[in-house]
Design a protein around this ligand. Sequence first.
Ligand code: SF4
Length: 231
Amino acid sequence: MDLTFILTDACNLRCRYCYQPAFGQDVMPCDVAVEAMRNAVRHGAERLALTFFGGEPLLEDEALLAILTEARRLENDSGVEVTAKVSTNGTRLSEKFLAHAAEGGLFISLSHDGVKEAHDASRVSVRGEGSFEVVDRALRLLVAHGRPFGVYSVVTPVNVAYLAESREYLWEAGARILVTTLDYTAKWDRPAVRMLRRQYGSAFAGTMRLRRLRAASRNADPGGRRPRCGG
Ligand code: SF4
């Protein structure tokens, strides 16, 4: 069973494509989440897939970790497998949180739109300032931490010209799970659609180039291959 917990409707960013109609200060009490999980197990759920969402869920990081601890306890007691992920804008990510997240088996999906020009076109603070520097720091923190994580990027008519460059930037920074989505609510005129087509072509060519480079480096270093049985 999938359970999505909207921990808060507050957010410290004001992304120009955000679908949230209003920002408040409402917070979901931990008990609600814990009861929802118990209820699901009581009603025969064979597996729980938890998603922590917002607003910005890391504004309520302590509540998130408390719910995660309860989820692992429930998993232990009931034998029902629990997976957990959080979608974050990265502005509140810290070493301490990452250490707790690793303990609780929390998968982190970071919202990052790529190079500064692409990212700051939409992902701005309450005062309208770009968030690239702080979010990019979060990306470097995740890479240094060494656990798998995802990067989620939104492509709009305003930043589409940077799509291929942004994917390459994120890959070179160390991100390996890249998800790109379009802002379907934006007005995509013909030039923007043409640019999108060109950028998809460039992004595809970039991926193929990376594959060739990796294959070439494997061939140049056959010792790096996995040994055959008995070999
Ligand atoms: S970080 Fe998410 S919730 Fe906050 S403004 Fe941006 S899109 Fe909206």
